[in-house]
Design a protein around this ligand. Structure first.
Ligand code: PCA
Length: 191
């Protein structure tokens, strides 16, 4: 008797964020435009998210449910960092320094009252770093996605989608993003 093994078709969902904190620039938004000009031999879906505690996750949740991707890469901007940073954990905590783009300021509180304190990301972080490095891009692991909208999104994603591997990548401050976009391209191609 022959057995048929069903493997899930490769379909990557990648998100970025709109500009925030009075800036007109967010490289994670530009990353999505750049990726949409590349060709891949698998499906990619891009989603630009508002920097909003209340809107970002519901939008991600809706698209994730609709398309059922094989992996999810969330991305955002961390201006003070110098390398691509791949997040190891999302924490059940928000303590924003500035309001989100809706004017909402969430300070020193849990994201989910009865949620776990933290959840590890579910893509192989060290392997992703190696993939980026092989493409010539500097990358390292991060154990803090911050206490703002990016961590909030990552934490909520991890609580709901334990079966769809995902992580968050912060883009650094830079004059030239090409190498970092190539690094993310290499990651997407290999996961
Ligand atoms: N960076 C912020 C929110 C949006 C973004 O790109 C953060 O690190 O939380």
């Amino acid at each position: 008797m022959t057995s048929i093994r069903m493997t899930k078709k490769k379909k990557i969902l990648i998100t970025g964020f709109e500009p925030f904190d009075g800036s007109s620039f967010n490289p994670s938004a530009q990353l999505l435009d750049w990726l949409n000009l590349q060709t891949f031999d698998f499906e990619i879906h891009t989603l630009l998210l508002p920097v909003s505690f209340t809107q970002a996750f519901p939008l991600l949740d809706e698209l994730t449910t609709n398309i059922n991707p094989s992996a999810v890469l969330l991305t955002g901007y961390a201006q003070t960092r110098t390398e691509l940073t791949i997040e190891r954990i999302g924490i059940n905590w928000v303590d924003a320094r500035i309001p989100d783009n809706d004017g909402l300021l969430l300070e020193a509180q849990k994201i989910l009252n009865h949620g776990p304190d933290g959840l590890f990301t579910t893509l192989p972080v060290l392997q992703l770093i190696e993939m980026a490095k092989k493409s010539g891009c500097s990358a390292k692991v991060s154990t803090s996605a911050g206490e703002y909208v990016c961590n909030h999104l990552l934490y909520l994603y991890l609580t709901k989608y334990s079966l769809i591997p995902g992580t968050f990548i912060h883009l650094p401050g830079s004059q030239n993003y090409d190498i970092f976009f190539q690094g993310i391209h290499a990651i997407i191609s290999q996961i």
